[in-house]
Design a protein around this ligand. Structure first.
Ligand SMILES: [Zn+2]
Length: 1118
């Protein structure tokens, strides 16, 4: 098992295999043995074709044969929902169900029928500075929303969503069994958790046509009473304006980035180029005159790119992508008049996430994304696409907020668009895409620039006939070592460029030499230590028994590398309450031996030999131990636990074994026992919305920070599974996992019967994850910009090196860049991310990702090449870190102001001249307001009454490491109607917007955000549907809070359960299902995720927030 040797345990490096089986897939479903044998380097010839190798022919896995845990339908008293925290029993403060069903007045401020108006921007100008957001909304509406709304909408009207064909999950490739399969054809214990072991999620490569959407025939939830007809421009005196978030204008002086709007006017407003069709060339999505085709509207449809202009007459088939915002849903015209919206701002006329996602899928989902061109904006994370590496890193590894960077810092400050990259160095790839090749330069190691130490990459310039190269990052001229010399062709390119991954690809790996190893010694193989809380709570809930039983089989599936027969990872076991118990599981023993350490103040490891063992060698002893642990502590009365000493012990054990590794901690309670790291309950909800609120997010002692530092030095990553019944101070307990690159899982009020499926699923995935250990990441940039800030789960002891005790394929590091010099349009800007890590077999490697970006002197180019999903990822992380140091309100205001500045700068410098009353958004950023509003009203920044302090700390921690796809779905959940599309359809149903308005009480919906999964059942759902799904005869008999659907043999049941499995397979954490009935008390939880609506905690509706944003922009421009 010891890999302290120069010969790697994997096939010859330096001869990159067409399908390098080493890193990713092999442990998850890929069939390592079935791939082609290693071919010599020559086979790799050409930028793309050479790499388009057949993926490993995965052998279908047998369905699991191990015993599936019984599906339980019992209700949990808590731990049901969102973060495993709220449950039916917890809902005591919410409004009654009747109240819940009312739409909150604030979210539909514009009572019913408006007379047709041709809006003119002059009508209501100028705005006073002191307007409330509702008033602004009214004025905005009065000015521009020229919609002719049919008179007298009855109270039953529902605004239906635009037809959509949301075909696939957020950017994940169709489930490839990545997580569900075990290697070597063994029965996977993982997938039985889903109840549908054999079911493969449907391929979603063919999105359903928009036309397949059938609008429901009748109205949905009851409507609130209207305030009566209002004339344009009329006041809205009766409107509540209780929007603490947005009523007050943010103090501009609170901005960390400074308000630059008064600065130099910048370049002359580059006019939008109407001749540029297609996705990223569009820049201008104004939606001032929201209502588009209205039967009574007379003026001509302005045609294609006249953004911000008057809407036109009905266009049954309006040209796609001209001005999506000016073109309302075609269906609107097909609806009877009374079903048209009664808002003055038509929700269908403001930018729709669903529409943007669908358009991108349609436009960019069919072609592979080829990375050969500098500064290309990739498809959205919600689009399913393949990547061909032609010299730049795949967007699966790096996504940027903008692919065109302003040349000067003045421009950047003016635009206020954060320049950031979200990097996922060890991202898993779909089976169709090859893992990075491993390059072995032998003893000389990877070739680097002498000055800046950048690694050889496709952008290095070879000169002087190939004898030297100029560094693309720092311009230093370096000699080419003789063994690396190669002639250049007539274009100055090395003739072997396409034979060398490091000269032709965006991503590749180097085998590291001993110089890259700690103490100049090749590392040992890593170890996993399982550390199990055996206090009363852990025993009582059945957790310990469940866990021990699971580990017996799970230990066979530790991550392994390449074609290794078995995992190189060694394992060890510790149990603890107030004291620690170490176990000797040496293979030569007949029975495991326990050693108790009660001096927790001065932790030491009582045994070395026999503590970390090979699973196969010690199997009998380990099995015996796992059988005995639940019995040994069955009668425990010990309720107190320690925490820091446990981590200390694990870290010391790894240190003694001279290896890196991972601790898996299973912990239940606030560690109040006398020991280092002892905590007290300091939860205080009264601090919310005070200046001291930040203390809730700060650790209560510095001890854990110190401990984490030691862990990082040892390469000791900590994964924490929490099972709290009450406050456990997640903010403090999460410090070590956070700083060591670990993960946290929380199962509040854990009960085996309710939560075992979720826990076991998460555990299996977590244990099997490929991890890089003892890692250091460095991001180098070409002259002119540099990395200045970092977000994620890691530790930094200096300003440049991101230290990660462990890094898995789910974790991202978000890096912000700032100018330190002027950039050049011609040469662009370059990023190189280098990750040095120890593989799970103990091999030291460097993974390199390169990305070239464009640079611009025109702001319009910046706005044309932005990616809003990535911006939101950055802004959320920025804000979530901000709550540690600033009042939450300040953080929210900062976000709002920055967003307004970004949009105002666009308006001022890039948009076509138009009336001030129009809100004009850049095409690439038209979803910025709706998504930002979701961040602002998230539980961390604006908690509802039911959200606990631990929940907030937990979510804060999770978001910190999320990739772009995860933040996208987390902040704007996916809402899928289940009975609208034909039952035989195999694609995912088209999503609808996350608003109560989109719910029909005759339908059933799934809602997911990556952590939670709800099935909402309308009160008027057909009895046949109820029978088919729930096996009961009426709506009233469906038990609320149900978490498992009965397995019934009918098409609808099969389809819905299959869809649930498919959604779960796309996410990195198991989403527990909660069935919510319309008007049931649980519905409040569900409505929390209808993010376009006003939230109970005071978060603004999308419409209101957009109006507020408009006001902010106007103030900046005036
Ligand atoms: Zn250099």
């Amino acid at each position: 098992m010891n890999v302290n040797q120069s010969a790697p345990p994997v096939p010859p490096f330096g001869q990159p295999q067409p399908v390098y089986p080493g890193y990713h897939q092999s442990n998850y479903g890929g069939q390592p043995g079935s791939t082609a044998p290693p071919t010599p380097y020559g086979a790799y010839n050409g930028p793309v074709p050479g790499f388009q190798q057949t993926p490993p022919q995965g052998v279908s896995r047998a369905p699991p044969s191990s015993g599936a845990p019984p599906a339980s339908t019992a209700q949990a008293p808590c731990g049901q929902a969102t973060y495993g925290q709220f449950g039916p029993g917890d809902i005591q403060n919410g409004p009654s169900s009747t109240v819940q069903m009312q739409r909150l007045p604030g979210s539909q401020p514009f009572g019913s029928p408006l007379a047709p108006v041709v809006s003119q921007s002059s009508v209501l100008q100028p705005y006073g500075p002191s307007l409330t957001s509702a008033e602004v909304t009214a004025q905005l509406a009065g000015m521009q929303i020229s919609g002719a709304v049919a008179p007298a909408p009855p109270a039953s009207g529902l605004g239906y969503g635009t037809p959509t064909s949301l075909a696939s999950a957020s950017g994940s490739f169709p489930n490839s069994g990545l997580y569900g399969s075990y290697p070597q054809g063994q029965a996977p214990p993982l997938s039985h958790a889903h109840g549908h072991p054999g079911v493969q999620p449907p391929q979603r490569s063919v999105p359903p046509q928009a036309s397949s959407f059938i609008p429901p025939a009748s109205g949905g939830p009851r409507m609130p009473s209207m305030t009566g007809p209002l004339l344009p421009g009329q006041g809205f005196g009766g409107l509540p304006v209780s929007q603490p978030n947005h009523v007050s204008s943010p103090p501009p002086q609170a901005l960390p980035h400074g308000t630059q709007m008064t600065g130099p006017p910048g370049p002359p407003p580059p006019m939008h180029s109407p001749q540029q069709p297609g996705y990223q060339l569009q820049q201008n999505g104004s939606f001032g005159p929201a209502r588009g085709p209205q039967p009574s509207y007379g003026s001509p449809y302005p045609g294609a790119p006249t953004f911000g202009s008057q809407p036109g007459p009905p266009q049954p088939l309006p040209p796609k992508r001209l001005d999506p915002d000016a073109i309302p849903s075609p269906q609107l015209n097909e609806l009877p008049p009374q079903q048209k919206t009664r808002h003055r701002i038509d929700p269908d006329a403001i930018p729709s996430p669903i529409q943007v996602i669908e358009d991108d899928r349609n436009n960019r989902g069919s072609e592979p994304f080829v990375t050969g061109v500098r500064g290309q904006v990739p498809p959205l994370v919600t689009t399913n696409f393949l990547v061909k590496d032609q010299g730049n890193a795949s967007p699966r590894y790096i996504r940027c907020t903008s692919y065109n960077i302003p040349c000067t810092s003045d421009m950047a400050k003016q635009a206020q668009v954060p320049l950031a990259a979200v990097i996922k160095p060890l991202a898993r790839l779909p089976p169709e895409e090859a893992s990075p090749y491993v390059v072995d330069h032998g003893e000389s190691g990877p070739l680097r620039c002498n000055r800046c130490k950048a690694y050889m990459c496709p952008f290095m310039q070879f000169i002087e006939g190939g004898r030297r190269f100029q560094c693309c990052f720092c311009s230093c001229i370096n000699d080419v070592p003789p063994q690396y010399f190669q002639h250049l062709d007539h274009t100055g390119k090395r003739v072997d460029a396409y034979d060398r991954p490091e000269l032709s690809l965006g991503s590749y790996e180097f085998l590291a030499t001993v110089d890259y190893c700690k103490n100049n010694k090749f590392p040992s193989s890593p170890a996993f230590i399982f550390m199990i809380d055996v206090s009363y709570n852990a025993i009582r809930t059945g957790l310990v028994r469940l866990l021990c039983e699971e580990l017996k089989s799970l230990l066979d599936f530790l991550p392994r590398e390449g074609r290794a027969e078995e995992s190189a990872i060694r394992v060890g076991f510790v149990t603890y309450n107030k004291v620690l118990h170490f176990y000797n599981v040496k293979s030569s023993l007949a029975q495991p031996q326990m050693m108790v350490v009660s001096d927790v103040a001065d932790m030491f490891v009582p045994l070395l030999d026999g503590f970390l063992v090979n699973v196969n060698e010690s199997r009998a002893v380990i099995t015996s131990l796992l059988d005995q642990i639940p019995e040994m502590f069955a009668d425990t009365r010990e309720t107190e636990t320690v925490f820091a000493p446990v981590i200390q012990a694990g870290m010391e054990a790894l240190k003694a074994a001279e290896c890196a590794g991972k601790l898996f901690l299973f912990h239940t309670s606030l560690p109040i026992a006398e020991a280092p790291g002892k905590l007290k309950n300091r939860d205080d909800r009264k601090l919310i919305n005070t200046d001291k609120e930040k203390t809730l997010f700060q650790p209560q002692t510095g001890a854990y920070q110190t401990l984490a530092k030691e862990c990082v030095a040892q390469g000791c990553c900590v994964d924490l599974f929490l099972f709290p019944n009450q406050y456990v101070d997640v903010a403090t307990l999460s410090v070590v996992p956070q700083l060591t690159g670990g993960s946290i899982y929380k199962y509040a009020c854990f009960q085996v019967e309710n939560d075992q499926e979720r826990f076991l699923s998460d555990l299996r995935r977590d244990v099997q994850k490929i991890v890089g250990f003892d890692a250091v990441m460095r991001v180098r940039t070409s002259t002119g910009i540099r990395a200045v800030d970092f977000f994620g789960a890691f530790y930094m002891s200096n300003t440049t090196d991101v230290e990660l005790a462990g890094l898995d394929g789910d974790k991202t590091v978000t890096v912000e860049f700032k100018h330190d010099d002027r950039l050049n349009e011609e040469s662009g800007a370059l990023l190189q991310c280098a990750l040095l890590y120890t593989s799970c077999a103990g091999q030291r490697r460097l993974r390199i990702h390169n990305l070239a970006l464009n640079c611009c002197t025109q702001l319009a180019d910046l706005y044309r090449n932005c990616e809003t999903d990535t911006l939101i990822n950055y802004m959320a992380k920025f804000a979530y870190r901000g709550v540690l140091n600033s009042p939450v309100k300040t953080v929210r205001d900062t976000l709002i102001t920055q967003c307004a500045q970004i949009l105002a700068c666009y308006r001022k410098n890039c948009a076509s001249p138009s009336s001030a009353g129009q809100l004009i958004l850049p095409e690439c950023m038209k979803l910025l307001p709706v998504y930002l509003n979701c961040v602002l009203k998230s539980d961390v920044l604006q908690p509802g009454a039911e959200v606990t302090t631990d929940d907030r700390a937990y979510v804060r921690q999770l978001v910190t490491s999320m990739d772009v796809a995860e933040t996208n779905i987390f902040f704007y959940p996916r809402l899928l109607p289940l009975t609208k599309s034909p039952i035989e359809s195999t694609t995912e149903p088209p999503a609808v917007r996350a608003s109560e308005e989109r719910l029909s009480n005759g339908d059933i919906y799934l809602l997911e955000n990556g952590l939670n999964l709800f099935l909402w059942v309308g009160a008027s759902v057909q009895q046949g549907v109820v029978q088919s799904l729930f096996n009961v005869s009426s709506f009233s008999q469906i038990s609320s809070g149900l978490s498992v659907l009965p397995v019934l043999d009918n098409p609808l049941s099969t389809k819905v359960r299959g869809l649930i499995d498919s959604l779960r397979a796309q996410r990195s954490r198991y989403m527990k299902l909660i069935v919510v009935k319309q008007e049931d008390k649980l519905e409040m939880l569900f409505k929390h995720f209808l993010v376009e609506d006003k939230s109970l905690s005071g978060g603004a509706s999308y419409v209101d927030f957009l109006c507020h944003m408009h006001k902010e922009i106007r103030q900046l421009l005036s």
